[in-house]
Design a protein around this ligand. Structure first.
Ligand SMILES: [Zn+2]
Length: 134
């Protein structure tokens, strides 16, 4: 039994970490660097898990991306329009700008959620990855 702490699935999803070990990074660059925003590591740098199990694997992530973009954005628009009394054009414009800024992170989080739904956490891989990084 190892005493290595187990990262939570939430921290793995929002930290964009590999689903198998929850430690390796899924993406090559930092989200806010805005360079190569869509390039993923083909394999986990920590545990060598395959991060693209089959071609088109992340197709389903588009639906997650849609759900976590459209509904909150409609909510923000409603808030700006009726909560703060902004003009329709103003609330639409600000919502569009927010979406544009968050786009890369939403894209990445959607893939991360999808990978974490499809791939099981393997504690032994996590422990190995933790040892390797020490
Ligand atoms: Zn991994």
């Amino acid at each position: 039994m190892s005493n290595v702490s187990k990262p939570s699935v939430i921290s793995a999803i929002f930290g964009l970490k590999c689903a198998s070990c929850r430690r390796g990074k899924m993406f090559k660059t930092a989200t806010l660097s805005f360079s190569k925003p869509f390039e993923m590591n083909p394999r986990c740098p920590k545990c060598d898990a395959n991060l693209e199990p089959e071609p088109g694997f992340y197709f389903g992530a588009m639906f997650i991306s849609y759900a976590i973009t459209v509904w909150p954005m409609l909510g923000f628009m409603a808030l700006f329009r009726w909560g703060l009394g902004w003009s329709l054009f103003g609330s639409f414009g600000v919502t569009l700008i927010m979406t544009a800024i968050l786009f890369v992170y939403i894209f990445r989080v959607s893939r991360s959620m999808y990978l974490n739904m499809m791939v099981k956490y393997k504690p032994e891989r996590g422990a190995k990855a933790a040892e390797a990084s020490n």
